[in-house]
Ligand binder design. Sequence first.
Ligand code: HEM
Length: 358
Amino acid sequence: MVRAMSRRGAGTAVEVPEILFCAMANMIGQAVVGRPVLDEAGGEEAREFKEMVVELMTTAGLVNLGDFLPAVAWMDLQGLGRRMRRLSARLDRVWSRLLSEHEGSDRQQEGRGRHPDLVDRLIACRGDARAVEDGVTDLNIKALLNNLFTAGTDTSSSTIAWALAEMLANPAILRRAQAEMDAVVGRDRLLEESDVPRLPYLRAICKETFRLHPSTPLSLPRLSTEPCTVQGYLIPEGTRLLVNICAIGRDPAVWAEPARFDPGRFTTEKASKVEPLGSHFELIPFGAGRRICAGARMGVALVHHMLGALVHAFGWEVPEAQGAGMDMDDWTRSSDSRCRRRCLSGPSCARASHPART
Ligand code: HEM
């Protein structure tokens, strides 16, 4: 990602969300199918894939009348069911192509021999009734690809885009982060993942972004399997539950000046121990408990490393052509439903120019 950006030359404007999304899909591709899946410079294929992922997440998050009035659900009054089926068919074509390419390439398969990727292992279990009750089917594999690529890409890339946008809006934070990196990493090489434990301010910036801009603001809908009482409220069996992650991160009873982006709040000795991985309930961008995000540790590692690499390697500024500056509104501050899409795919500010530093 950093190489692709520097090839564009100093001072060129880059569409940050696009380039991040592409890098993210490629890293997940590397782990899952053993190769990058998109052209690293972004382009049409990356744009189309990102569009599908964002549409999937926004459509799934819309209020569907049929959920509240089951008697009329079959009419699909808002057309959401039709929209999801169309989208699902488009995505299914992408996964089918990936799966058959994976099987088709003997040379690649030989190369992977010693280091089988996730799909190699799943293919090896296909039809093996001992592995899973009815064996693993192509449909199972495609569903898993769908899960990993959609849940892992836009979540991580929009978090990084928001972090960068907040740093551009607060240049003192950007300068402090770069000073920390210069002291720890220097300017002769790129920042590596192993540097992250020695960069407490970078980690504080990531936590503050997880708090203020969680990529999954209402988590995923869950269903209670038995009745229970929570703080005096009876929740009957079969209730659909949404955890308002966004409101938890902005609770004024817990966070001073909750609307302010202030990584400093995580630099005190006590607050620096608050981690976003589900054991501190005031900060749960990945959910918590048994159904916590399956990729939480990967998500944290990717956000730290990629944000760090971008901030360390380049100087950042908003291009003059952007005019009045950045639009930092998200869906919590607007009744416009398009803002929800914007919140998921990152702020509209994220086109930035990037003279290289490293
Ligand atoms: C910044 C990055 C990410 C954030 C903020 C995030 C957030 C979340 C949240 C809030 C949930 C719902 C948890 C719940 O219901 O309690 C979730 C579920 C999930 N996430 Fe992530 N995620 C991120 C990255 C990833 C990555 C990198 C992957 C995999 C490559 C991933 C895979 C999944 C999967 C498979 C689920 C569904 C788990 C289930 O079915 O219970 N996520 N994520």
